[in-house]
Write a protein that binds this ligand. Structure first.
Ligand code: SF4
Ligand code: SF4
Length: 92
């Protein structure tokens, strides 16, 4: 089982040094996780260390492609409020 990094990653490097298995590597256009090295931190930490430090919502997915930091989980802004605000901003 492995996590994956997707396109919303902003290449901030934060996750690289916290991975206990050196599973995260720089790639283009964004960092990637080597599925052969990622253990999902099981047996090592209570939480996936990469997702714990990642500042971007929906940048890291679990094996079922569900984000570990879903929309609103880091900003505290409910997704529907964010959608309303974006619609309002785009309508200016
Ligand atoms: S879940 Fe753990 S082992 Fe897998 S990439 Fe993230 S920090 Fe590394
Ligand atoms: S911490 Fe998140 S945004 Fe930063 S490089 Fe890792 S996956 Fe990308």
């Amino acid at each position: 089982m492995s996590l994956s990094i997707v396109e919303s990653c902003v290449n901030c490097w934060a996750c690289v040094d916290v991975c206990p298995n050196d599973a995260i590597y720089q790639a283009s256009p964004h960092f990637m996780i080597n599925p052969k090295k990622c253990t999902e931190c099981e047996g090592e930490f209570a939480d996936a260390q990469c997702a714990s430090i990642c500042p971007i919502e929906e940048a890291i997915l679990d094996a079922a492609n569900e984000p570990l930091n879903p929309l609103g989980s880091l900003t505290g802004i409910p997704p529907e409020k964010m959608a309303e605000a974006m619609t309002e901003i785009q309508g200016r």
